[in-house]
Structures are given as C-alpha cells and as structure tokens.
Design a protein around this ligand. Sequence first.
Ligand code: UD1
Length: 417
Amino acid sequence: MAKLVINGGIPLEGSVKISGAKNAALAVIAASLLAEGETVLENIPQINDVVILTEILQSLGASVFWKDRETLSITVPDDVHCVANYREVKRLRASNLLLGPLVARRRKARISLPGGCQIGSRPMDLHLKGLAKLGCTIGVEHGFIKACCSRLEGNRIYLDFPSVGATENIMMAAAVAEGKTIIENAAKEPEIVDLASFLNSMGGKIRGAGTDRIKITGVKTLRAAKYAIIPDRIEAGTFLAAVTITGGNVRVENVIPPHLKPIIAKLQEAGAWIKEEDSSLHIVGPERIKSVDIKTLPFPGFPTDMQSQMMALLALAYGTGVIVENVFENRLLVANELNRMGAQIKVEGHTAIVQGVPFLNGVSVKAPDLRSGVALILAGLAARGTTEIYNLHVIDRGYLNVEEKLSRLGADIKRID
Ligand code: UD1
C-alpha cells in the first residue's frame, strides 16, 4: 500500500510554484462542453480529479488530449452523449458540473446522483431548482438526475445558500438560454469569476461574477476559446501553512494575493510574516504559532478547504483556538488522526476546540479526505520523528507532486509504493 514517509522538524526554505486551480479547472473543463470547435485550456494541473473528468468527457465522445504538461485540448462533437453513469460519477463528485452544460447543449442529460461523501451529505437541490427555473423538467429517478427541455429561458434565481456548484451549473446553462438570467445570493469564489471569464471569452455575456448578483444575457452559441485558468488559492494556502508550521522562509510563486486575503490574515494573526510581491508571497514562519479562532464561510470568508490545514497549525499553537465549520457538516475528521499524534482536540458538533501542545509525535495515520490528508502532511513536517500517511489517493485528487514540491523546499518526505 502506498504511503508517504515524513521525517519532521525541518523548516522549509526556497521557492515553490503554485499550479492551476483544481476547482477552476473542473468547472472550465465542464464548460468546454458548450463550445463549438477546439477549446485550449492552459495552466491545467494533471491531478487525479482533472484526469478523471477528462476521461469522463472522452467517454461522452469528446476528443481530449494534453498538448503539453499543462495544456489541454478539448473538442466536443454535436452529438456528444449526455449520460454520466454512477461508475463515473462515484469516481468524481464534481461530475455533477456536467449537468448544466449537457442539458444546455443536448436539451437532455442523465447524471447519476453523486450521493454524500466523507465531509457531508452534499445534496443537489439548489442545482435542480435553478435549472428548473430555466425551463428544465428535472427530477430524480432510479438514482439518476434526469433533465430535459425544449428550450432554456432566462429567469431570476435566488439561491438559499451561495453554493459554488449550483452557481456554476446555472451560469453555464443560462449562458446559452434565451433572455436574461439573474442569480441572486450567488457564490462569489474566485473560481466563479474564472468560469465567467472563460464563458465570456467564448462569446458569453456574464456580468457581476464575484458579487452576489450575477447577470447573464444568453447567447445563441459559444465558440471555442483559448484560456489560462487561475492559480490554486488552496494549494497556495496549504504551502503558506506548511511554512508557518515549520517556521520556514519561502517564496510562494504564481499566486493572486487578493484570492488569499482571508488565509493571509489568519496566518499573520498566528504569527507569520508575509509580504506581497505582485504574483508571489514571501512568508517567514514564527518561532511558535499563536492560537487563533476560525469560522469557515463562503468567499470572502475563511475557506472550508483550508480548515483542516489550520487545525494542524493550531494543534501546535500557544494557547487554545476554536474552529467552527459552517459549510460542510462533517469536516472535522482530521482531529482524530491529529490526536493520535499527540494533539489535544475536542470536537463537538461543528466546533473543534484545539488546545495547542508543544510538540506532535510521528505515527502512522490515514488521510480521511483530500484536505485532511494535506493537514496530516503539515503535522508530519512539524512532528518529532517519523510520520507515515496512508490512503494517498485522496491527496492525489487535488495536489500535483506535493511531495516533490516539499522535497525541493528541504522537507524529508518520500512516497513509498
Ligand atoms: C465546491 C468546491 C469545494 C469547496 C466547496 C465550498 C469544487 C469542485 N468543489 O464544492 O472544494 O469545499 O465548493 O467552497 O468546486 N448545498 C446544498 N444544496 C445544493 C448544493 C450545496 O445544500 O444543491 C450545500 C452543501 O451540502 C454544502 C454547502 O451547500 O453544505 C456548500 O456546497 P457547495 O458550495 O455547493 O460546494 P461544492 O460546489 O460541492
């Protein structure tokens, strides 16, 4: 069984280049289903989630190939299949993003319900309500979402919660609906803005992405475009946290600092020194981390995708910190593994109370999910002795060459297959 072996205690030093954003890549690849002609996407990370989505597109009949390590070419035929089975969807939850573009392109789609996952039940009611408002007949039958329409028509849609995926699915379908759509209480994440920019580069007419009110004027067709996606703010945040926890000194390159505001602010509060330099951040970790409190919220609040990494940091902080997880109902799972390393974390409902300890001990641990997995890597980098991390496939979903990037910063980390 593959594992990562980390000998902790080495401060990270040097510079690291951040890859393209996983969540932007997934949305933009799904949106390429709307395009006529060859779409060329740059800065795409070859992480497992992306590779799986490209395989699903191929199974639908699209021609997909890598032009180079980070550039993807996608050409979608007019008669692209519009069925994604459970076999595919269970490999990748984000294949629910195929629903909007497929129903827009083919007027029908059948996507297996993804179901819940480790971090929560993850319903899709907001996606379905939104698409119904655009004129789809939509329902759930035998574990599949079935959507069809004779035409899509713009409408005013209010989201009960600013769901990232629902905003994206609605935006993609509305881009080619007749007339105007307004999404209110829309998600404001940078990946939403990136998807809107991509759709606009294809001839779409989307305004207001990045605010809670997105206005979309539907166009008849979208032409294929060449587009470079944004860097991954969560990968960047993870490296900033790794430098903080090891007391290192690193330049984190290829970032968009405004996307990282809530993360930078929390790490500074925890004692890190951070200087913005155009598209990079220079960070120096503190001698001892100070405790901070964290509440996860939709953007521009503190991202739920950075919550586990912060828990690892707080485990070693001076004082007690409180983490409140407001986005997913079951996302404090890493506490158990950190406690096995000597942390003192109590979880009650959506809240974790983290009483900092002076050191963690390396032990064998299992990555419960993607972000918890990297949180364990951070803990291992700072722990005394050797940490072994199992269940690596969950980490490979979202991080490109994580152990190589950390090794280049001086970490003693290797993968053993
Ligand atoms: C996306 C990101 C994920 C991130 C999350 C929140 C991708 C591929 N994944 O996931 O990394 O952690 O945003 O920033 O972009 N909800 C409903 N009904 C719905 C949809 C969502 O109740 O129809 C709930 C969810 O259960 C969850 C909350 O809304 O509690 C946020 O989910 P959402 O923003 O939709 O996350 P995803 O798009 O799945």
